[in-house]
Design a protein around this ligand. Structure first.
Ligand code: FES
Ligand code: FES
Length: 165
């Protein structure tokens, strides 16, 4: 067992656990934060996405021993933050939420991308959220969401491409 201290959604927290305990399990079982979902549990689907020191990570792949002194942000905090509002609004308006199981992970990923690079070019935009799977296969809605969120830059890119012809 190890004693662990880290910052969770802006609050200093501590617990005792085995070094190999997954962050996903710590969140859900020790801190009652169930927004990060267990999906594939091998780092492929993004349902468990959280931020670790402001970078998106799959919580099913992060172990307790990696957390000491780090900052973890989950959908419970981000969903209440103004920074995620454009993403949440676009997902909702574009019909990208069906059962909702993947939605928290999508918001974590897209908000990070939107903050970091709000105007990607069309090629970058096409690959956004490629680490997030939707088992309801709502990819049409996700594509529309990305178009709405990053659309201005895509139009500019298309315009630039057209003007070069
Ligand atoms: S449950 Fe973690 S990536 Fe799928
Ligand atoms: S909305 Fe159901 S898994 Fe994506």
């Amino acid at each position: 067992m190890m004693d662990l201290s880290f910052v969770l959604n802006g609050n200093a927290v501590a617990c005792s656990c085995t070094p190999g305990r997954r962050l996903l399990d710590l969140l859900r079982e020790e801190f009652a934060l169930t927004g990060a979902k267990p999906g594939c549990e091998i780092g492929r689907c993004g349902a468990c996405m959280v931020w670790l020191d402001d970078e998106p990570v799959n919580a099913c792949l992060v172990m307790a021993w990696q957390l000491e002194g780090r900052r973890v942000t989950t959908i419970e905090a981000l969903a209440a933050a103004p920074s995620s509002e454009p993403v949440r609004d676009a997902l909702s308006r574009c019909g990208a939420v069906q059962c909702g199981y993947c939605s928290a992970g999508m918001v974590m990923t897209l908000t990070h991308l939107h903050l970091r690079e709000p105007r990607p070019d069309a090629r970058e935009a096409a690959s956004l959220a490629c680490g997030n799977l939707c088992r309801c296969t709502g990819y049409g809605g996700l594509k529309r969401t990305i178009d709405v969120l990053f659309g201005v830059a895509q139009e500019a890119t298309v315009g630039r491409s057209a003007s070069r012809r």
